[in-house]
Design a protein around this ligand. Structure first.
Ligand code: NAI
Ligand code: MG
Length: 330
């Protein structure tokens, strides 16, 4: 079967790392048709378009999307992030943001092998809020957090299913139930209810601030974690920092029900500071492509890509030299 894969390079180092990821995809024997989209800050500056309806319609027809990164300094914060990244998450119902972290022992810890399941369509990112008296000394801004039983439960259930497939079968809920007593209570009750159906999965609960300490000092205690959108965003940047760095952190935005394509992207942004220099590490994008292969059922190719990335660990070169080395290993 030939997979139809949307390619969104985006801005800055995005197109550079995605070029290496497609180079690596080409080295596998997986049959795919690339469908290239010109989206991101550069396009927005040129014609004012963030996510034109025709592009969204075309994306819906795909099997998966591989995205580099978007955002450029010339565009105000939020325009592309909300208008493109969050819009795709809502429109394609990419309700699970999956971020695996694997790393050898470091100065701070004894090694990491954990996966964060972040709720990806609700919470503080749902866009609830507004201004009153904007621009005056009496201005008020509110930003709500939306938590539905339906949205929380489908995410929590995904996390239990994932934990069940792993050796340790351990799942930690991360929230702030002691202060965010309404949303936290909904999460906690949902977690406890769903846990009844997964007697084989051991569970734990940590407040998010405590989890930050453990991420640095003892991340080996974690197997699978599940948390809300905002906590998950912050916690996964920390996860990247304690396990091989931002150049290795891959992610999947999944529609587990497969009613549309899922989207795969490195955790890092467009890194304008190093764009065009060849200093961008393409491994996070390549590992995101491996997650995509796995989700598309191409397990064998995914393993080969991951093995090749591991073998390339000592290669220090430009973005394309590292991509070449990985493709050659395959
Ligand atoms: P960033 O992740 O782009 O860069 C942070 C630091 O990490 C920089 O020093 C950069 O050089 C370095 N870095 C990032 N990726 C790297 C790689 N593959 N290899 C080597 N070094 C790497 O985050 P920043 O600077 O906060 O954001 C820059 C732009 O990217 C902003 O417009 C932001 O909104 C956007 N952004 C987009 C994301 C996305 O498309 N999913 C995610 C995060 C930020
Ligand atoms: Mg982030």
């Amino acid at each position: 079967m030939t997979h139809r894969i949307g390619i969104v390079g985006g801005d800055g180092i995005g197109p550079e790392v995605v070029a290496e990821a497609t180079k690596v995809l080409d080295a596998t024997d997986v049959a795919y048709t690339p469908v290239v989209f010109d989206l991101g800050g550069t396009r927005y500056l040129r014609d004012g378009e963030v996510l034109p309806p025709a592009d969204l319609t075309a994306i819906r027809e795909l099997d998966a999307v591989l995205l580099g990164a978007v955002g450029i300094p010339e565009v105000p914060p939020g325009v592309i992030e909300r208008g493109l990244l969050l819009e795709l998450r809502f429109e394609l119902d990419l309700y699970v943001n999956l971020r695996p972290f694997v790393g050898p022992p470091s100065g701070h810890n004894d090694g990491v092998d954990m996966v964060v399941v972040r709720e990806n369509t609700e919470g503080a990112y749902a866009g609830e809020g507004g201004y009153l008296r904007k621009g005056t000394p009496h201005e008020i801004a509110t930003q709500g957090s939306v938590n539905s039983r339906f949205g929380v439960e489908r995410c929590v259930r995904f996390a239990f299913e994932l934990a069940r497939t792993r050796e340790r079968k351990h799942l930690t809920l991360v929230h702030k139930t002691n202060v965010l007593t309404f949303a936290g209570d909904l999460w906690q009750r949902t977690f406890t209810d769903v846990a009844q159906e997964y007697a084989d999965v051991e569970t734990a609960y940590h407040h998010v601030d405590a989890a930050c300490i453990y991420f640095v000092q003892d991340p080996g205690r974690y197997d699978v974690l599940v948390t809300d959108n905002l906590f998950g965003d912050i916690l996964t940047d920390l996860g990247g920092a304690v396990s091989g760095g931002i150049g290795r952190a891959a992610s999947a935005n999944l529609n587990p029900d497969r009613t549309g394509p899922s989207l795969f992207e490195p955790v890092h942004g467009s890194a304008p500071d190093i764009a065009g220099t060849g200093a961008a590490d393409p491994r996070a994008a390549v590992l995101s492509a491996a997650m995509m292969l796995e989700f598309l059922g191409e397990d064998e190719a995914a393993v080969r890509v991951r093995d090749a990335v591991a073998k390339s660990e000592d290669v220090a070169g430009t973005t394309s030299e590292i991509g070449d080395a990985i493709a050659e290993w395959i």
